[in-house]
Design a protein around this ligand. Sequence first.
Ligand code: HEC
Ligand code: HEC
Length: 189
Amino acid sequence: MGWCAPALAPAADGPVGGDAEPWPVPTARDRERSRQAFQRIALVLRHPRCMNCHTGAEFPRQGDTRQRHQQLVVRGDFNQGAPGMPCVGCHLGTNSPDGRVPGAARWQMAPRSMGWEQLKTDRALCEAFVDKSKNGKRDARAIVEHINHDPLVQWAWMPGERQPPAIGREEFHALVRLWARTGAECPRD
Ligand code: HEC
Ligand code: HEC
C-alpha cells in the first residue's frame, strides 16, 4: 500500500450499501416483516444457481436438474477441487465467451457447513444461515455485506447461458437488507 493512497476510502456505493449507521430496534411488527422477507429470500437460496455450490455433497452440482458435476469434479480438502483439478483450472474470472463455462473471482464450493440442500423447511434453512458456527462467523450486517458484494453471489444474475433466480438482483439485495434491519428473524416453520 502506497502512503499516498487514502486510508479506508469508502466503497463506491458507501459502507455496507449505506448501512453503517446503527439500525433501529425492531418492533414486533418489524419482526413479522422480517420473517416474511426470509420466506422470499429462501426462494433465491434454494435456486440451482446458488444451491449447486451450497450443497453438503462431496462434489458441486450443475444445471437446473442439479445433477452431479461432470468430469468427476470433487470438493477436495479446501472446497477448491482436487489438487490436480482445481475449480479455477476451468472456471476463470468471468464466464467463457459462449456463456457455457461459468466464471467469477475465486470460484469454489461453499464449505460443508454452508450446504443448504438438505434443509427442507425455511426455518431450518434460516437457522443455518444465521448460525455463526456455520456461516463464517457472520452477523446480520456481514450477511448483507456478503450478499451485496461477493462475486459468486452476483454471478447468479449473470449466469451465462443459464437462467437467473426469478427475483432480480437489486430486489434480492433490498430484501436481505430489509430482513436484516427488521431483526434478522427466522420463519416459524
Ligand atoms: C461458485 C460457488 C458459489 C455460488 C454459485 C454461490 N455461492 Fe454462496 N458461498 C460460496 C462460498 C465459497 C462461500 C464461503 C465464502 C466465505 O465464507 O467467505 C459462500 C458463502 C455464502 C454466504 C455466507 C454464509 C451464510 O450461510 O450466510 C451466503 C449468504 C451466500 N454464500 C449466499 C449465496 C447466494 C444467495 C447465492 C446465489 C444467489 C450463492 N451464495 C451462490 C460459494 C458459492
Ligand atoms: C475440467 C473443468 C472443470 C473443473 C475442474 C470444474 N468445473 Fe465446474 N463446470 C465446468 C463446465 C464446462 C461447466 C458447464 C457445464 C455445462 O453447463 O455444460 C461447469 C459448471 C459448473 C457449475 C454449474 C453452474 C450451474 O448453476 O449450473 C458449478 C456450480 C460448478 N461448475 C462448480 C465447480 C466447482 C465448485 C469446481 C471445483 C470444486 C468445479 N466446478 C470444477 C468445468 C469444470
